[in-house]
Design a protein around this ligand. Structure first.
Ligand code: G6P
Length: 367
């Protein structure tokens, strides 16, 4: 398998570095003349019409792509979106009808709970579309329509490139929803496409920050716990960043919406505890930084991961991972890659098998 790893130490590392390509392959064929073009995917426009609600259902990392999509669709298009863990959705007698668009997000297309959630949505007459990486998988076959992600095979148990392209799928669907429902002007759509491509282009420069991120990972490698903070879109990114760290390094890691800190988690912040604060959203930046100041005052080791100018906040963080600036709607891509590298390096320093974390499986086909 050394050859399969193509010179990388682990599949996860290889897959992190494959992200510029995976994103390009997933996005570029579907952006034409300032709009989302799904004609090669045979996805009918009808599925995006007469929608009054979107439900995203998924498990694990794929569910976090749903959280990103929810923020985007609700804030930009004003369509209500709920994100449901597939394993819960099935058992809550969900309200679904032919005005509900159900989006199932899955790398493997075989996750048992997500497949069962899809079947329920189909039974109840919802419109179903899945964002799937594995061609011809069960979920791809049973959905009304499929938007395939083109990440290529993902081998490491911890999902990296599949997550980035799932998010990209959400951004594409949001653009298509906007077009079909006349929610954006042609100029707005063109600007969205430009900003989307520009954000994808920041992934390669973030990968070049590998050594710097490794240096920060070394400082926190012996920690027992860590917390990821963010507000709005950054909270969704924090959820995925935290999952990456916990699943492979066994650091007790949690994501918190920054505003919730004072309702509990702050009691766990003691001298030296790493706090990874994510800041890609200008409108909540001062509030986030006020929260960061609170944890810093309690001795936390604050790592800022941001595309924003932090010069007015010097002194309230310890380390800075400065990714290239992008449109606030597209903050997901660069920061996510930085957080993947951080989790990867912490795990290598701790001496664990990055690709095969204990007790976890790549695809969970039992309920
Ligand atoms: C497993 C994997 C995760 C993945 C989840 C959902 O738990 O270890 O990385 O996010 O299943 O898998 P899916 O194939 O549906 O995306």
């Amino acid at each position: 398998t050394a050859a399969q790893k193509g010179g990388y130490d682990f599949f996860m590392q290889k897959e992190i570095f494959e992200q510029p390509e995976a994103l390009k392959n997933t996005v570029m064929p579907r952006l034409h003349n300032g709009r989302a073009d799904f004609s090669a995917d045979n996805i009918s426009d009808d599925i995006f019409k007469d929608i009054n609600r979107v439900v995203v259902t998924a498990c694990g990392t794929a569910m976090h792509a749903g959280l990103v999509g929810r923020h985007l669709i609700e804030s930009m298009l004003r369509i209500p979106v709920t994100v449901e863990l597939s394993s819960e959705f099935r058992y809550m007698n969900p309200i679904l009808d032919d005005h509900t668009l159900v989006i199932v997000v899955t790398q493997s297309g075989e996750t048992a709970d997500s497949l069962a959630a899809l079947r329920l949505a189909n039974e109840r007459g919802a419109k179903t579309i899945s964002i799937v990486n594995v061609k011809g998988s069960s979920i791809a076959r049973e959905s009304d329509y499929v938007l395939y992600t083109h990440a290529g095979p993902e081998i490491a148990v911890a999902s990296t490139k599949a997550f980035s392209v799932q998010c990209a799928g959400m951004y594409l669907i949001a653009l298509k929803l906007a077009e079909i429902n006349n929610m954006m002007t042609a100029e707005e759509m063109a600007a969205y496409c430009d900003a989307f491509q520009a954000a994808i282009d920041t992934v390669a420069p973030v990968l070049e920050m590998d050594e710097q991120i490794k240096g920060i990972a070394e400082k926190i490698k012996d920690t027992f716990s860590a917390f990821y903070l963010g507000r709005s879109l950054d909270y969704a990114i924090a959820c995925e960043g935290s999952l990456k760290l916990k699943e492979i390094s066994y650091v007790n890691s949690e994501a918190y919406s920054a505003g919730e800190l004072k309702h509990g988690t702050i009691s766990l912040v003691t001298e030296g505890v790493p706090i990874i604060a994510i800041a890609t959203q200008e409108n909540v930046l001062p509030k986030l930084m006020a929260n960061v100041e609170e944890v810093k005052a309690r001795g936390a080791h604050v790592i800022m991961v941001t595309d924003k100018d932090m010069s007015s906040y010097e002194g309230i963080y310890d380390d800075l991972i400065q990714v290239p600036n992008v449109d606030d709607r597209f903050g997901t891509f660069g920061v996510t890659v930085a957080l993947q590298l951080l989790a990867y390096h912490v795990t290598v320093f701790r001496g664990y098998d990055v690709d095969q974390p204990r007790n976890l499986a790549k695809s969970v086909t039992v309920e």
